[in-house]
Design a binder for this molecule. Structure first.
Ligand code: NDP
Length: 449
């Protein structure tokens, strides 16, 4: 049995029964529950107030039709989602994912993780997530605009600056946020910071674009320092060449690391001289494929199949920044055998649980996404503050706040793990530190009679 506590075992069994086939969601819940065992044992109020039952059940789950017209005049239908998971500590906050793989399980796992992540930032934000099984790849700009407008024509009634504030995620960048914001404003006739990740000319925050990748490297820097190490001279590999991967490369390079390989869904590029983030950024900005890197640097190599990067490339620091469940047990063993000293997650849940076990058994450093990639949502929180103040801060001001938030998150994880007997286990620490604040707020707010 996965749990010592009868209460947790029973709650988890019920969750399995109520969410059949939702494997990503169940994986995320189980991982969190395992770390919370000592907290539950030491705090009888958690069981008394049904916190574990409530925390894994979204406050609201919305599914809707998104019909739009393609360039040939044909009507297309997609399925949209928004999960409003927990609002105990603030308005729901979390990104919108546009990808053909999106389904209820993926949206719920992301929303569940977001509750703890947002709590860790120490900003007043509850957890939510949304998206659609729409595939932006190959669509014209007008098709993207029509899709975003149709999506927002339903979503607008569920969100608002004090209710639920969506942001970007896979497939949703500044362009998509712009179209959605325009439609929200048109329908509501109000200008509020209801979406974050906006363009700079209409309420966006400097450093929001870079925040998740930069924050990941600030967190990794702290973690490396715990072993007297730094990025200086380290070989780094990064999966994903989208928003997170691009700016993780930039910051890792600025901190003295050398990114020798970087992937996207098609494969990876490899260059002993270092992958230039400025070229990756250019390719990302026009949504090209990473193999185009060779047009700029013909001496670099392209290898098909992103998974091969984990198997083949020697690296000290590994930054998975693409998607969930990219690294299985075999790939994790290869990462360890290739000499890694640290794995830090820019993506949400990129490692299977078996892979995390491999890192822990090998004694290498491991940073879970809900802590290490929290810089994105933290900076979204800073964007909300600037919108409310009707002010905008400088890049350095935002970046400075981001770095100090990431340092605080790291410290909270270290302290919580130590307090509950997990030693230096940042995964357990992140779950515990994120959970405690939310649970306390839920208890304080009572249950409707
Ligand atoms: P993007 O859509 O900008 O980029 C995703 C990148 O990953 C693309 O290069 C994509 O390639 C690539 N990719 C997809 N599947 C694979 C795979 N199996 N192996 C290798 N590469 C792959 O998304 P983001 O950068 O915004 O998000 C990446 C991850 O980070 C997600 O897990 C997201 O939830 C998480 N995250 C993002 C935040 C943000 O602020 N954007 C905040 C916190 C977490 P291609 O384009 O060719 O499909």
């Amino acid at each position: 049995m996965a749990f010592r506590s009868e209460y947790l075992a029973k709650v988890y069994e019920d969750i399995e029964k109520r969410n059949p086939g939702e494997k990503e969601f169940l994986q995320a819940v189980k991982e969190v529950f395992i770390s919370l065992e000592p907290v539950v044992e030491q705090n009888p109020n958690i069981e008394k107030w049904g916190i574990m039952e409530r925390i894994a059940e979204p406050e609201r789950f919305i599914q809707f039709r998104v019909a739009w017209v393609d360039d040939s005049g044909k009507v297309q239908v997609n399925r949209g989602y928004r999960v409003q998971f927990n609002s105990a500590i603030g308005p729901y906050k979390g990104g919108l994912r546009l990808h053909p793989s999106v389904n209820a399980s993926i949206i719920k796992f992301l929303g569940f993780e977001q509750v703890f992540k947002n709590s860790l930032t120490s900003l007043p934000m509850g957890g939510g997530k949304g998206g659609c099984d729409f595939d932006p790849r190959g669509k014209s700009d007008l098709e993207i605009m029509r899709f975003c407008q149709s999506f927002m024509t339903e979503l607008y009634r569920h969100i608002g600056p004090d209710t639920d504030v969506p942001a970007g995620d896979i497939g949703t960048g500044a362009r998509e946020i712009g179209y959605m914001f325009g439609q929200y404003k048109r329908i509501r006739n109000e200008w509020t910071g209801t979406l974050t990740g906006k363009g700079l000319s209409y309420g966006g925050s400097l450093a929001r674009t870079e925040a998740t990748g930069f924050g990941l490297c600030y967190f990794t820097k702290e973690m490396l320092a715990s072993r007297g190490e730094s990025f200086e001279g380290k070989r780094v590999i990064i999966s994903g060449s989208g928003n997170v991967g691009t700016y993780a490369n930039k910051k890792a390079t600025q901190l003295g690391g050398k990114v020798v390989a970087q992937s996207d869904v098609s494969g990876y590029v490899y260059d002993e001289n270092g992958i230039d983030y400025k070229i990756v950024e250019k390719i990302y900005q026009h949504r090209g494929l990473i193999s185009e890197y060779l047009d700029y640097v013909p001496t670099a190599k392209f290898v098909e199949g992103p998974r091969n990067m984990w198997l083949d490339v020697k690296a000290d620091v590994v930054l998975p920044c693409a998607t969930q469940n990219e690294i299985d047990e075999e790939a994790a063993k290869a990462i360890v055998a290739n000499g890694a000293m640290a794995v830090a997650e820019g993506a949400n849940m990129p490692n299977f649980p078996e892979a995390i076990k491999v890192y822990k058994e090998a004694g290498i450093l491991y940073a879970p996404g809900k802590a290490a990639n929290a810089g994105g949502v933290a900076t979204s929180g800073l964007e909300m503050t600037q919108n409310s103040e009707r002010l905008s801060w400088t890049f350095d001001e935002v970046d400075g706040k981001l770095e100090s938030i990431m340092k605080n998150i790291y410290k909270s994880c270290v302290d919580a793990a130590a307090e509950y007997g997990f030693g230096y286990d940042l995964e357990a620490g992140a779950n515990i530190a994120g959970f405690k604040k939310v649970a306390e707020a839920m208890i304080a707010q009572g249950v409707a009679y």
